[in-house]
Write a new protein. Sequence first.
Length: 278
Amino acid sequence: MIFGPRIELKSPKQLVTMRRAGLLTSAVLKAAREAAVPGATTAEVDAAAEAVITEAGAQSNFKGYQGFPAVVCISVNEEIVHGIPGDKVLKAGDLVSIDGGAIVDGFHGDSAFTMIVGGDSAGSSADIALSRATEKAMWVGIAAFAAGNKVSDIGDAIDDHVSSEAPELGLVEEFTGHGIGTAMHMPPEVLNYRAKSNGPKIKSGMCLAIEPMLTAGSSETITLADDWTVVTEDGSRASHWEHSVAKHDGGVWVLTAEDGGVAGLAPFGITPVPPAGS
């Protein structure tokens, strides 16, 4: 991924625009989720997502990025991230991660989720547990962003949580979260694991995309010949969850969650709020 030159801090007015991009991103992913049914191709899921962006008169931030050919990444089963939509037919029980975004008035949204094609009743208990563990790790990271002092607190919290609550799962280290704003990928890099560097301080106006990826086996990865699709080295299944989150003087605001992050942060005793005057 390409990072811009600096950490970008947003004004409350800019955060409102970021929220608009976040809500459109949520709508894009909702359309993709609804289209991801047994018998659908991943290209058809991508088309459903693109229709939402087109209807809104907005832009895709994925399509054309470093040559990526689609509006969303669709990663199936052992694919971790960056799966290219095409003629692959989805089957009931497939574990699918969908990652997408949108640009509204120059500001970006970015989010991802994992689902079982055909609903949880069609999936294995192991796949359901993997997705839920990854989603929980994401919320642990968001809570650390809300309460922490340095960006590295996010990776520390995610790593500690996975090590204690789901030690059997692999925590992918090759791919990270990132700053987001007038570009999709900006400083700072947001690790999903403990590292020696303390990283930059968390400041008001900072917006981050927090996105852990877990596997059911080894955390080692392979990038396929298309130079995009990343799969688990051992063929184990993978899950990816992501939200774009803003920090401001009054707290945090989960830009890509329809409820602003209320439900996800409630177990941590954190109430997300929009910035004053928004």
